[in-house]
Design a protein around this ligand. Sequence first.
Ligand code: CU
Length: 150
Amino acid sequence: MKAWKPTLVLLLAGWSSQVLAADCSVEIAGNDAMQFDKASISVPQSCKQFTIKLKHSGKMAKNIMGHNWVLTKTADMQGVASDGIAAGLDKSYVKAGDTRVIAHTKVIGGGESDTISFVPSKLKAGEAYSYFCSFPGHSGIMKGTLQLTK
Ligand code: CU
């Protein structure tokens, strides 16, 4: 058997470890001070699915200091947040059937968590995406940007 050229082997090894290392999930926490612990999230395009685990690291109840994680185009954020307030806590502050919403968790209170997944290939390269908490009054502070990466 012919030995592989070392450079080629290294290239292939580097390529495969990058693919395997693609991190297709992230944990983000909201607290009692109305803050997310991340200001941005990177989503590799190579992921078939990307999973968000939202945790509430505080102690306050969900009707007082509830948090969710809602993903939209940045341009849609304001409208989705406004309509979400009208939808109410029972609907996790997301208007039913809102097609601008790419993914969202339910609203959780202190000590709780919720996990959702979405398909990165449905996001467009070059489009600006943001995530935020749609609990009334939270989206001004509890928000971040989501980047699609290679
Ligand atoms: Cu919140």
